[in-house]
Design a protein around this ligand. Structure first.
Ligand code: 5AD
Ligand code: SF4
Length: 439
């Protein structure tokens, strides 16, 4: 194979994969390769995969098949690299099953250029090491980004919820150093970002080993000139310190939004999940967060049909949802994952019961999301303009509460404009630019 010249990176799953995908693209770009939007035309296709549920994992294999077919119809056979959490979990099995050229784990992707060179020379290339040295040090500097950028500050998980593969695919909790994060945040602002979302599987555990808290990092980032908005995701209830809660009261650039997964409303199920918090301790945290920042938008994750979950236990999830009133949330059917303790548990919930529970939960969450959106009508807020809308003169942006807002304006991408929210649908809001009073 001659040296590949073009590449395409496709990321599945969570926001950290989006971030990793951007960094892999920058890395290959730095090697003189060119990005292409059409995977079928690329010399190297990187599939940056997700292992969290079975469906996500299987998607990789169907995607590889489709890519081979479509690229093949054009007389091409791209080099295929499987990156991300499926790569970490399945390693050489992927090569056996799908005959891909490269398998590279989430902690090893800084080696991608070497792996591409190896594969181009016909040598199978596999790297799923989790080196002690940080991959970040080996990555090129950030270049151009949109107005809203991601920044990984923490990776991995030590919590070992019984259903979850993350501790196995992403490894132990590890925090990036304070200075490296501040430098990258400054580079992102120079590259065009006005909002940064700090990412971590347990982002609010950042700095714990060093006796630091995420709030101290947020307060430092708040001082960066040109960085107008800070967000963070995903948090664990047990790492929701009072310092971080206080930051929601004191730090103006910290947006009023908190994604705090609870997974289930029954204490028996939470114990079986090894969540190490109770329904009540979770609700008390939210009380404190709301006391610090009364307008905060709350978000969560839910799993229905965990092994042994009864109707009565599921009803406790529904009434927890009623008690909280989420602004938005994600909900999933339980998916047994190989190697996790829950996969060995008895009491599998039948598929039709799971379907019914998911439907009822989603109806409740949709109802609350619509109510939260409706309650925004009549409020004034700042909008970060992120992209063009479908209609002429229409732009799309995000409210402080992470809602999509469309408005007619001559503002440019990256502008922050004052708007009145004038209408609300289930998934987005309508805004009207505020006329500023003459000075
Ligand atoms: N089955 C279903 N959902 C899961 N999640 C994690 N593991 C599983 C699983 N085995 C969900 C949790 C988590 C989100 C990222 O994915 O709700 O918070
Ligand atoms: Fe998975 Fe639980 Fe860790 Fe979240 S806290 S990544 S759900 S093990």
């Amino acid at each position: 194979m001659t040296a590949p010249k073009t590449f395409h990176v496709k990321s599945f799953g969570c926001q950290m994969n989006v971030y990793d995908g951007e960094r892999m693209a920058e890395l290959l770009g730095d090697q003189g390769m060119t990005a292409t939007d059409d995977a079928n035309q690329a010399d190297v296709v990187v599939l940056n995969t997700c292992h969290i549920r079975e469906k996500a994992t299987e998607k990789v294999y169907s995607d590889i098949g489709r890519l081979r077919k479509h690229a093949g119809a054009l007389g091409r056979s791209p080099m295929i690299a499987v990156a991300g959490c499926v790569a970490q979990a399945e390693g050489a099995e992927i090569v056996a099953r799908a005959k891909v050229d490269i398998v590279v784990g989430p902690q090893a992707y800084h080696n991608l250029p070497d792996l591409v060179a190896k594969a181009a020379a016909g040598v199978p290339a596999l790297d799923t090491d989790m080196p002690a040295a940080s991959k970040f040090a080996a990555l090129p500097a950030r270049r151009r980004v949109g107005p809203s950028a991601f920044l990984t500050v923490q990776e991995g998980c030590d919590k070992f919820c019984t259903y979850c593969v993350v501790p196995y695919t992403r490894g132990a909790e590890i925090s990036r150093p304070f200075d490296a994060i501040v430098d990258e945040a400054k580079a992102l602002v120079d590259a065009g970002a006005r909002e940064i979302t700090l990412l971590g599987q347990n982002v609010n555990a950042w700095g714990k080993d060093e006796g630091q808290g995420l709030d101290s990092l947020i307060r430092a980032l708040d001082r960066i000139v040109g960085l107008e908005r800070i967000r963070y995701t995903t948090s664990h209830p047990n790492d929701m310190t009072q310092g971080l809660i206080d930051a929601h009261r004191d730090v103006e650039s910290l947006m009023p939004f908190l994604h705090l997964p609870v997974q289930a409303g029954s204490d028996r199920v939470l114990r079986a999940m090894n969540r190490s918090h109770s329904r009540d301790s979770y609700l008390r945290i939210l009380d404190r967060v709301r006391a610090a920042r009364p307008d905060i938008a709350l978000s969560g994750d839910f799993i229905v049909g965990f092994p042994g979950e009864t109707d009565a236990e599921f009803a406790e999830t529904l009434n927890l949802v009623d008690a909280v009133g989420y602004a938005q949330a994600f909900s999933f059917k339980y998916s047994p994952r190989p190697g996790t303790p829950a996969a060995e548990m008895d009491g599998a919930v039948p598929a039709e019961v799971m379907d019914d529970r998911l439907q009822r939960l989603q109806a409740a969450l949709n109802r609350d999301q619509a109510a939260f959106n409706a309650a925004t009508v009549g409020r004034a807020c700042a909008l970060l303009v992120e992209r063009k809308g479908k209609l002429p003169g229409q732009m799309l942006g995000k409210s402080p509460w992470l809602q999509s807002v469309h408005l007619i304006t001559d503002a440019a991408i990256g502008d922050i404009v004052d708007v009145d929210i004038v209408s609300a649908g289930p998934n987005s809001l309508g805004g009207m630019a505020r006329v500023r009073a003459a000075a």
